[in-house]
Design a protein around this ligand. Structure first.
Ligand code: IMP
Length: 439
């Protein structure tokens, strides 16, 4: 396998960090293709937890070169903080992390603009992470952004911050807020720009060289398919292309070089932020149980995640949209003790059933899920390392996930640690356990 894309199949937080970390052991280079510090990839090694926001999860492997592709938005202030924190943890990484000169920069002004735009939306707020993602990508599309390649030009950085501040002050005046201090923000931007400027290099060329040499390359997606700007639940989405197709534009890698697309799928579904979520268990004890057992709190914002049953309609949409060649199921252990389990197999819209994912957030908000009931299990899964060591009901649940999503499961995560993984490269073996439809 030479070039592989890894993508989240739901609304983000599928547990990509752990999967990427496992694959990174074999990769010589790993590149992020979209998003920015809104991402929070958690990796646990030997009980020690590391949360990465900008930096690809491959950083924990000494030989892995880590790239931030042109499709990423990078906040130099937070990026440099993250690097210093990794160094303080004994991870020597400064020479192995490079940022594309084409990647757009998140300035302190973008963070302010993100917050002001959310305040303006009021009840219609998206529930963004507040990291300035939308305003930075907005500037990119308007062709008014600052790219990482310009960080070495202090006059460009300063001019951009001052131009943004005029807009911000007008918004703050309208909102009756105290005006932010322009000089302080200029200074913050200049200082971090100086620190990061030396880490900029043409990542497209580096990737091309590695691909031509036949080395193992991993293109790492952030967020998830249903948060994609085009294909997600717009406007309750992020501002980048998080689907597999985004890896090519976001890294400058041609589609013909890609050998495999792996999805990461949580055994149930979570969402953080606003927007429709058909299988949500709202104010429901099972939803609360999933949240506490699965530690479902945002790794970037700490917000509690909304939790719900596995959604087979959304899963199939993701498989097709991303062209998945395999998937990894995460957090299966969290379902231990819940009996029966429910799986959404179709949506009912206006009295008719469909397995197609609706194309608007309004339509998705109006569907009623059609559920199937599945027997649960009570055994702990955390010691399992092969599919045969899983209880029959857990294997049957996985088989159903495979059927509904239309994609083979090649590994299953049964605990947060690197070691707590069941490998099943041939897919999940058949097992007969009953299920019933509840409509
Ligand atoms: P933004 O990306 O900060 O603009 O937020 C837009 C939406 O995407 C909000 O609903 C966020 O909660 C969600 N979001 C952004 N990044 C992530 C992530 O890494 N995991 C899960 N949700 C995310």
């Amino acid at each position: 396998m030479a070039v592989r894309i890894l993508v989240g199949t739901q609304w983000g937080d599928e547990g990509k960090g752990k999967v990427i970390d496992a694959l990174a052991g074999r990769a010589s280079v790993m590149a992020r293709y979209g998003g920015g510090p809104n991402a929070g990839h958690t990796v646990v090694i030997g009980g020690k937890k590391t949360i990465l926001h900008h930096v690809p999860s491959g950083v924990l492997h000494e030989r892995c070169l880590c790239l931030l592709g042109n499709g990423v938005v990078v906040d130099p202030v937070l990026f440099m903080e993250e690097i210093r924190a990794l160094e303080a943890d004994g991870i020597d990484c400064r020479d192995r992390i490079l940022v594309s000169p084409r990647a757009h920069v998140i300035l302190p002004t973008h963070r302010l603009l993100d917050r002001l735009a959310e305040d303006r939306r009021g009840a219609e707020a998206i529930g963004t992470t507040g990291k300035g993602i939308g305003p930075a990508y907005g500037d990119k599309v308007l062709r008014e952004g600052l790219r990482a390649g310009e960080l070495a030009l202090p006059e460009r950085v300063e001019a951009k911050v001052r131009a943004d501040m005029r807009r911000i002050h007008a918004m703050q005046e309208e909102a009756g807020e105290e005006l932010a201090d322009t000089d302080a923000l200029v200074e913050e931007a200049l200082e971090s720009a100086r620190a990061m400027a030396g880490m900029v290099e043409d990542t497209g060329v580096l990737l091309r060289e590695r691909i031509e040499a036949g080395e193992e390359v991993l293109l790492e997606g952030a967020q998830g398919t249903l948060l994609d700007l085009d294909h997600g639940t717009y406007p309750f989405v992020t501002s980048s292309s998080s689907v597999s197709g985004g890896a090519c534009t976001g890294c400058g890698v041609p589609p013909t070089s890609v050998d495999a697309v792996w999805g990461v799928t949580k055994a149930y579904v979570t969402r953080v932020g606003n927007g429709p979520f058909p299988t949500e268990l709202m104010e429901d004890p099972t939803g609360d149980l999933l949240r506490s057992a699965g530690a479902e709190f945002g790794s970037t914002t700490g917000r509690p995640r909304r939790c719900g049953w596995f959604d087979g309609v959304a899963a199939r949409y993701s498989t097709r949209l991303n062209g998945l060649t395999a998937q990894v199921v995460t957090k299966l252990d969290v379902l231990t003790g819940i009996d029966p389990l429910r799986i959404c197999v179709a949506y009912r819209i206006d009295g008719r059933e469909t397995t197609e994912f609706p194309d608007t957030a309004v339509a998705l908000g109006g569907v009623t899920p059609v559920y199937e009931e599945h027997p649960g299990w009570t055994e702990s899964l955390r010691g399992a390392r092969s599919p045969e060591e899983l209880p029959d009901a857990a294997r049957s649940y996985l088989r159903r996930l495979e059927e509904l999503s239309g994609c083979a499961v090649v590994a299953v995560s049964v605990g947060p640690d690197r070691e707590e993984t069941v490998e099943c490269p041939e897919g999940v073996p058949e097992v007969a356990v009953g299920r019933s439809l509840s409509r």
